[in-house]
Ligand binder design. Structure first.
Ligand code: DX5
Ligand code: ZN
Length: 211
């Protein structure tokens, strides 16, 4: 069954508590929290204090996506505040191998994300350290972008490499492209706009679970 991880970047920031409950009441499996540092991506979003505020109300694992150049300085804060999955980017100017090990040591699941321009082959040596690989299906930085089908083949490529961990897709994911993504071996769907703009998120999440 494909897990659904709604991205709160698409939520109304003035009603964050209610927006989270809207998705958890609709049966989501995780909650995707996009952290942007206005450096690695041209946007600025949330910090560890939002994760701390979300933890007692979410009731589902917090799937924290660190779109930052220097996640090493913040990993501990995010995990101490309640992050269950912490995903860093393969493209950062830091020692990703050491960071993945540190995330696991601190008790969270270690995720590694690749942007559209990064081939799956690039992260092959790091796969044993990844509980999750996050395949970006848009250029990171903004919600509401169009799905990039050219990135979907990376899901199949990771499976062909023998990767048995979780694979998550992120960016423009919807019920229209999820059957193809499931076919290629996807486990988790990040859905921002597709769910937060939906009139019937529960039916949509049920449909994803039924794929
Ligand atoms: C983009 C973020 C995604 C985005 C998903 O940089 O990492 O998680 O919020 O939103 P949608 O589903 O609207 O593309
Ligand atoms: Zn994300």
């Amino acid at each position: 069954m494909i897990k659904v991880s709604p991205s709160i970047l698409a939520a109304d920031p003035l009603k964050m508590g209610a927006e989270v409950r809207r998705m958890t009441d609709a049966g989501c499996d995780w909650l995707h929290v996009d952290i942007m540092d206005a450096h690695f991506v041209p946007n600025l979003s949330f910090g560890p204090s939002l994760v701390k505020a979300l933890k007692p109300v979410a009731g589902v694992p917090l799937d924290v996506h660190l779109m930052m150049d220097n996640p090493g300085q913040y990993i501990e804060a995010f995990i101490k505040n309640g992050a269950d999955i912490v995903t860093i980017h393969a493209e950062i100017p830091e020692d990703t191998e050491a960071l993945l090990k540190r995330i696991r040591l601190l008790g969270a699941m270690a995720g590694l994300s690749i942007k559209p321009g990064t081939a799956a082959e690039v992260i092959r040596p790091l796969l044993p350290l990844c509980d999750l690989v996050l395949v970006m299906t848009v250029e990171p930085g903004f919600g509401g972008q169009s799905f990039r089908a050219d990135c979907a083949d990376k899901v199949a490529a990771l499976r062909q490499m023998g990767y048995k961990g979780l694979i998550e897709a992120d960016g423009g994911v919807s019920l229209s492209n999820l059957p193809m993504l499931k076919e290629k071996g996807l486990d988790v769907a990040v859905m921002g706009t597709a769910l937060y703009k939906s009139e019937h998120p529960k039916e949509d999440i049920d449909s994803v679970h039924a794929l």
